[in-house]
Design a protein around this ligand. Structure first.
Ligand code: BJW
Ligand code: ZN
Length: 243
């Protein structure tokens, strides 16, 4: 892996435009469970059963218990060497006048805490609450929440400000992510199983527009066949070596 890492590091040093897509795997080393694979289950539910508007309509309290538990883990967690390396890469590329966009599927805010600036959040933010009645949004960092499910001042149910299956992604964030992927000379996919769309489709967008693709993941992904670099292992160990 040493030589592959070396060529990617050199390519990143010369690139004028880099886009990155991160998934739950980058936060795994901060102690936050991923969605799929071992450790992805909460009680006896798979995330795919809980991260849906139908699950929330059926049992808002159950869905909120899961989010409350995750909010507790995230509040105690810290950004790891992988998050920090991406913030460093952004500074390195900015110094030579290049463009850097960090597109994340994560809702944990650890990229913000690590110092990344140009972040596009495709799946929302776990610290935002939105009223299903009046649509009002509020930031709430209380851990644990005092009442479950929480309610809006209008009496309506509050839901997490995240994107569930079957829901559209935030338009502005998605537009910026597509634009960055089209413009990227190098596209880095990190810690994502790359099975959830449309996020995973950004790799196709980038590849079709001529980007070279690097995949950093603990296990193989569906995009390995298209990748110019495959780095298998922990993001927190691999990413610092790219700087
Ligand atoms: C490490 C590591 C370490 C571990 N280092 N690596 C067929 C084709 C295309 C689309 C569809 C389709 N069928 C259905 C759809 C739609 C659906 C979809 O994609 N489903 C597929 C699963 C089949 N998509 C949607 O519904 C999306 N919306 C949509 O399409 O809207 C259309 C629409 C338009 C107009 C009007 C209305 C609708 C929305 C998707 C929303 C996804 N939401 C979630 C929850 C977010 C909130 C929350 O956090 O609770 O997003 S689900 C969950 O999956 C979460 C994640 O962001 C997302 C992706 O998961 P991720 O990040 O890849 O995590 P894992 O766990 O899967 O993978 C981690 C990886 O890391 C693993 O590979 C590990 O090996 C690795 N790893 N440790 C490096 N240390
Ligand atoms: Zn309301």
């Amino acid at each position: 892996m040493g030589e592959i890492l070396e060529t990617l590091r050199e390519a990143l040093q010369q690139a004028k435009s880099v886009a990155v897509l991160t998934g739950a795997g980058i936060s795994a080393e901060s102690g936050i469970p991923t969605f799929r694979g071992p450790g992805g289950l909460w009680r006896n539910y798979s995330p795919q059963e809980l991260a849906t508007p139908e699950a929330f309509a059926r049992d808002p309290r159950l869905v909120w218990e899961w989010y409350d538990w995750r909010r507790g883990l995230i509040a105690k967690a810290q950004a790891n060497a992988g998050h920090l390396a991406l913030a460093g890469l952004e500074r390195q590329i900015a110094q030579v006048g290049g463009r850097f966009t960090l597109v994340t599927q994560n809702v944990d805010g650890l990229h913000d805490r690590a110092g990344s600036r140009n972040i596009r959040k495709l799946h929302g933010d776990i610290w935002l609450l939105r009223c299903v009645g009046c649509g009002r949004e509020e930031r709430n960092e209380q851990v644990p929440l005092t009442a479950l499910p929480p309610r809006c001042t209008c009496g309506g149910l509050l839901r997490p400000g995240v994107v569930w299956f079957g829901e559209p992604l935030p338009l502005e964030e998605w537009g910026r992510a597509v634009q960055a992927s089209r413009n990227a000379e190098i596209f880095l996919a990190i810690g994502t199983s790359a099975v959830v769309y449309p996020a995973a489709g950004l790799m196709e967008v980038a590849k079709e527009a001529g980007a070279r693709l690097a995949v950093v993941n603990a296990e193989p992904t569906p995009f390995d066949a298209d990748a110019d670099w495959i780095l298998t292992g922990r993001a927190g160990e691999i990413l610092p070596r790219l700087l």
